[in-house]
Structures are given as structure tokens and as C-alpha cells.
Design a binder for this molecule. Structure first.
Ligand SMILES: C[S@@+](CC[C@H](N)C(=O)[O-])C[C@H]1O[C@@H](n2cnc3c(N)ncnc32)[C@H](O)[C@@H]1O
Length: 218
């Protein structure tokens, strides 16, 4: 419960503030992201031959959730922003996979406390205010035995994070956040990966991703 105090006269929680900030960002533009699935997610998941249930956390406008559904996953996708979720629903319907994705405008913590587990849990650049270790620990609890967790974020040395000081305390190194996983229960891969994309003006852009992939033993 959030209490009204002199310091917090509106009674808003940090999460309410985060939700409004994200929703305002989505409302300010017709589209924020490219509509294409994240390449590092494809690299990690494409080879899985027997898709099951998947949770996409911080799904934004839904491109990853739509891609997962097209690969045969039965997807739950959650995002704090109702504007983003509305767009994600439209994207899934237009792609013909609306019946394979359940979209929810909720907080990830509330969702994993009330639903799951899933065979695959993914989080691409969710930027939690609680930090990467909290994110990994919270999402690990939502992975079914034998399932997989994929958490990808900006590494502290990622040029995008360096350019945006507000992002810096939300970056993480994969081996640092991996310490919250019990190695007797999880097989863990924690890496720093570089990739490049092409900007609309033709310039090449470098990204440095923290990539955590963990498989939960049966
Ligand atoms: C940088 S965007 C990434 C969107 C998408 N995963 C992608 O890669 O295009 C981060 C998203 O996480 C969502 N988000 C942040 N904190 C969240 C939380 N606690 N629960 C659910 N969604 C959250 C934001 O609303 C935002 O849409």
C-alpha cells in the first residue's frame, strides 16, 4: 500500500511513476519500437523444436511476443503501459496470432505472483527500477522445471546506456546478475555480446548486450 505523506502527497508508488512515465513515452509517438523481434532473442530461442508456454516480460509493442507465437509458443505478454499493450494486441491480430497471445497491462511482479509457471520466460531490455538481480530472481521463480530463462539487457558499457545517464543504474553484466541463481538447480550461460544495427541514415550502430540464458533442471 502506498501512503500519502508530505514527501509523496499524491500517494503514488514508484511503480505508478514508472507506469506513467512509460505510458507517456508510448503516447507521445505513434510507434516507439521497430516492430521487428529482437535478434538476440531469436538467436537463443529459434532452435527450440518443441515450443510450449512462454512469458514475455516488458513486451512493449509486442514484436517479440508475435514472433514467439509464430514459432508455435502459447504466449503470455505483460507490460506496465496500457498504450503499448493496445498496440501489441493490434500487432498480434494483424499477424494472425491474436489467439495465441494473452496480453496484460500489469506489473511483472504481480503477474508472476498470480500465474505460471512457463516453459520459457523472456525479458528483453525491461530496465527494472529494482535492478537486474531482482529481475532475474523474480523471473526465475516463474520458470517451470526443465524450462528456460532468457534475460537480455544493456551492459554498462553499451554505447546507448552511456549516452543515456538515466539508463545507467538499470544496466547489468550477465555474470553479476547470474549470482542469484542456485547452480545446483540451473545451468547458466552469462555473456557480453556485441552486435551492430543499421540506423535509418545508414550509419552503423554498436550494441553491447548482457545475455543471461539459464536452463532449469527437471
Ligand atoms: C525498453 S522497453 C523494451 C520493450 C520490448 N521488450 C522491446 O525490446 O522492444 C521496456 C519495457 O518494459 C516495460 N516495463 C518496465 N518495468 C516493467 C514492470 N515492472 N512490469 C511490466 N513491464 C515493465 C516498459 O513499460 C517498457 O515497455
Amino acid at each position: 500500500m502506498t501512503t500519502r505523506t508530505e514527501d509523496n502527497p499524491s500517494g503514488e508508488s514508484a511503480r505508478d511513476v514508472e507506469r506513467e512515465a512509460w505510458d507517456a513515452r508510448y503516447r507521445s509517438r505513434e510507434r516507439v519500437w521497430t516492430g521487428q523481434p529482437n535478434a538476440p532473442l531469436i538467436d537463443e530461442v529459434e532452435h527450440i523444436v518443441t515450443p510450449g508456454t512462454a512469458l514475455d516480460v516488458g513486451c512493449g509493442e509486442g514484436a517479440d511476443a508475435v514472433w514467439l507465437a509464430r514459432q508455435g509458443w502459447l504466449v503470455t505478454a505483460v507490460d506496465l503501459s496500457s498504450t503499448a499493450i493496445g498496440r501489441a494486441r493490434e500487432h498480434a491480430a494483424a499477424a494472425g496470432v491474436g489467439q495465441h497471445v494473452t496480453f496484460t497491462d500489469d506489473d511483472l511482479e504481480a503477474l508472476v505472483a498470480s500465474q505460471g509457471p512457463w516453459n520459457l520466460v523472456t525479458s528483453l531490455y525491461t530496465h527494472s527500477v529494482h535492478g537486474g538481480r531482482w529481475l532475474v530472481e523474480t523471473l526465475a521463480g516463474a520458470v517451470a522445471p526443465g524450462g528456460m530463462l532468457v534475460v537480455i539487457g544493456h551492459h554498462p558499457t553499451d554505447p546507448h546506456a552511456v549516452e543515456h545517464p538515466d539508463l545507467r543504474d538499470k544496466t547489468f553484466a550477465a555474470d553479476d546478475v547470474a549470482v542469484v541463481l542456485d547452480r545446483s538447480l540451473w545451468e547458466v550461460s552469462a555473456t557480453l555480446r556485441e552486435r551492430t544495427t543499421r540506423e535509418p541514415d545508414g550509419r552503423e550502430r554498436l550494441w553491447r548486450d548482457a545475455v543471461l540464458v539459464a536452463r532449469r533442471h527437471d
